[in-house]
Design a protein around this ligand. Sequence first.
Ligand SMILES: [Zn+2]
Length: 499
Amino acid sequence: MRIAIGSFVQESQSFSPIKGSWQHFGPNEIVRGQGMLDEAIGTRTEVAGAIAVASQHDVQLVPLLRARASASSGPILREVYESIRDELLARLREAAAEPLDGVLMVMHGAMSAEGYDDATGDTLQRARQIIGPRTPMVATLDLHANITRQMCAAADGLVGYLTFPHIDLYETGLRGMRLLHAAIFGKAQPVTVMVKLPMIVPAENAQTTHGVIHDLLEASRAHLEESGIYDISIFPMQPWMDVPEAGCSVVVVADEARRARAEAIAAQLAGVWWQRKEEHRVTLAPTDRTIAEALASAHKPWVLADSADAPSSGAPGDSTITLAALLNAQPPADCYTNIVDPQAVARMIECGVGSQVTLALGASSGASLYRPIEVTGKVRLISDGDFVHKGEGFRGVTIHRGRTAVLQSGHVHIVVMERACLQWDPELYRSVGLEPTDAQIVIVKSPAGFRAAYSPFAAAIHVLDAPGVCTPNLTALPYTRIPRPMWPFDPLDDWRAEA
Ligand SMILES: [Zn+2]
């Protein structure tokens, strides 16, 4: 049996000042052919999960191409998106020249490009045209996907992460492959049913460890015992996509013959979610006051999330707000933070390790939201910046943040990076000699993904009230294209869930 596997992963943030470009899809971010399988060995990624199923079932995986943006950003530039998509599709066409039994597509689901509000659906739709209506195709997605009618129509099944923080990439790969395998052997005739809710929710309170999403997933587990119900995903869409089909959704993959039952399950889960939507509101901690409290505390480390500047959500990672607050507080104990600023990195490398420098730091993307601040300190360390993810989720995956230098100003240690990167893992600091458990304050630029790795040792965790394109304060953002009415912007008391 031959199954083609391809992957195109990027998360788009409509309000980001930075478009997705070739900078985000450098040589490390695009891997072709066999390299895609080789690099997955020993990791906890979807592709590794797919390989595990393939090896059990005598499946020959035909690797196409894996593209994964180094960080989230605004929508991808049209020529970049079309170029990657077309190469992926050309490889699929080539693979389909010999009989192909199925296709697994590892996607994110909140990817847009110039001219393509739903780039995931566009890619899947074109893949469907190549393989024809009868070859099963399953797509795996991030829990923050924005599900569209086009995606549901193009794929036989959509399978999303069931965890946030995301720690089940591998298991999602297993689920996707098993569904595909069942479809290929004719045991399953899957259809994908969706209920779209007229709401978008902040990422900070959409975790799966507790609260409404956790309870919805618990409830859905019971339905998976029913015959002909193959998979259920809950998608609290990442809220910064200003697109016409935006909204949270519930997806049930079921046998064609059980479509009505699948619709009823999806509507029931969506109804419960709707009733409990107020639970998604976020309480933010005032930045200066929280830093003062942390510095006065007998316990450490306090992990403070500047989620408004989270690169995983599409922010540039160059905010100076928390950095300035830390420096102003003149902490008597070590505090760690990080910022994207390629020019400052170049200056520090030029000056060399051990030298005293004064430089302008931050606001490097040219976004109007922040201003650079002048910092004087000592260059403590220079690194190529690469580190390997050790936490669950992306375990084993190398993160490339470009050249990286550590600047120490008093007790504030600033990791200055050429490129924005995922901030879920303490390796961001450990890889440059900073041990988070030794610090009084550790700043992470992430809404919740960091909790999996940081919660076990954090003395306290707070989400700071800071400005940024990824603020959880959604009503402060300039949406113009999402459907209205939409919660939390409009009163919507009479909405009823229907598939
Ligand atoms: Zn996500």
